[in-house]
Ligand binder design. Structure first.
Ligand SMILES: [Zn+2]
Length: 404
């Protein structure tokens, strides 16, 4: 189990300069490596680590950065490409000046990072930076220090320490400030335990209809004919458009949720098992729940936030307040508990049930019931402009000329 601690750093002016120079070297390395990937000069992380090594011979400023910190840049880029190929992330972007905000010591246990005695005011040693004052508001369990990421947030600096600690369920969990449970329902994309419901977006539905029509028109055309080739092209263009609408929606929703909460309980859905049920199949594949879960998980974990998966059994039939079980045919959209009188949207009740299970799992109490959990829920509708990506977006003078 990984324990994550985030501490505020109070670097001196000189240290701030060093930290900023390190970020800038990492940013330039990122852009340099990305350009080489794009031009297919390098294919693997191994190639890129070698290129970093060669660049260091030519570039004195790079030698001021701890070597594994630079290698971590190629690691990050490699991860971005793997996420891209899995379809859960967008094409990695070039970073403009000031837009690269963190760097990582990937093997902090080797002495490159050391946390002073765990008194409140102490110093964090960072290789090539020095002893940076830090406030340790909550002591680290001083297990095997795995990684340390230095982050700039506005004009503040933080260190995120990841420690390998032995598994003790519940013992390391600190009550999250804001926890949320999510449920994927039949009509709504996602319901939250806060009572919000994010509905499928209109353009996606419309485009899916068109997609099916186009596919039929392909099958009607003669094989090898010019008109068939054109129809196939139209299908693949539309397919790509649908994928980008969907991933755009999932990106925006996951980012919003991760910003607002720090503990997530999700249904551990065996999507395949559910796909056998034909009526559910359409809606699940439409919303790309799988993709949303991936995005939410990696974005949350990147921020040091916790995601737990719980069994979805009976979440829709059990009252999330008192546990009373009742019949809930799919056509019934409102959950009304005959025992305790609790009433809410069907999917919101499931989402609260999911959250309860998630909190139980890590040994925390059920949350206080929020006022939003009674009465009729207003349905949120997400209107998202179809977002069409063309190659790399957000290229803002990546200053690649001349390498570094
Ligand atoms: Zn009840």
């Amino acid at each position: 189990m990984i324990e994550i601690r985030k501490y505020r750093l109070y670097p001196t002016k000189e240290q701030i300069n060093l930290l900023e120079e390190t970020l800038e070297s990492c940013r330039k390395t990122w852009n340099f490596l990305l350009a080489r990937r794009k031009d297919r000069l390098d294919k693997t992380k191994f190639d890129q680590d070698h290129i970093i090594y060669l660049q260091k011979q030519k570039t004195p400023s790079l030698r001021l950065v701890y070597s594994h910190v630079l290698q971590n840049v190629s690691d990050r880029l490699d991860k971005s490409f793997r996420a891209l190929f899995k379809g859960i992330a967008r094409y990695p972007k070039f970073k403009s000046f000031g837009r690269y905000d963190s760097f990582t010591y990937p093997d902090a246990y080797n002495g490159s990072v050391k946390l002073g005695s765990s008194t409140r005011r102490t110093k964090l040693y960072l290789s090539k930076i020095g002893y940076v004052p830090v406030i340790v508001h909550r002591p680290s369990s001083l297990g095997k220090n795995k990684r340390c990421t230095i982050k700039r947030e506005g004009d503040k600096w933080f260190a995120v320490l990841e420690n390998q600690v032995s598994e003790l369920p519940g013992s390391n969990v600190v009550a999250p400030k804001s926890s949320i449970g999510l449920d994927v329902g039949l009509l709504s994309v996602v319901a939250t335990s806060d009572g919000e419901t994010f509905k499928p977006i209109v353009p996606l539905k419309k485009n899916l209809k068109r997609f099916r029509r186009l596919q039929q028109s392909v099958s009607r055309k003669k094989k090898g004919s010019k008109s068939r080739r054109k129809a196939v092209q139209r299908v693949s263009r539309l397919h790509w458009k649908i994928r980008s609408i969907r991933s755009d929606f999932n990106h925006k929703l996951s980012t919003q949720l991760v910003r607002a909460h720090d503990f997530f309980a999700l249904e551990d859905l065996n999507i395949k098992a559910m796909l056998k049920n034909h009526s559910l199949a359409r809606s699940i594949s439409d919303v790309g729940w799988n993709q949303l879960v991936h995005m939410l998980k990696y974005k949350a974990e990147r921020e040091g936030k916790k995601v737990v998966f719980v069994s979805p059994n009976y979440t829709s039939t059990d009252c999330s307040r008192c546990g009373f079980r009742k019949e809930m045919p799919l056509s019934v959209r409102t959950f009304h508990c005959e025992r305790c009188g609790f009433e809410t949207d069907r999917d919101v009740n499931s989402a609260i049930g999911v959250l309860n299970r998630g909190l139980e799992r890590v040994g925390l109490e059920r949350p206080e019931l929020k006022p939003v959990e009674s009465g009729v829920q207003s349905l949120n509708r997400w209107e998202i402009q179809p977002h069409v990506e063309s190659g790399i977006e957000g290229v803002e003078s990546p200053d690649l000329e001349g390498g570094f």
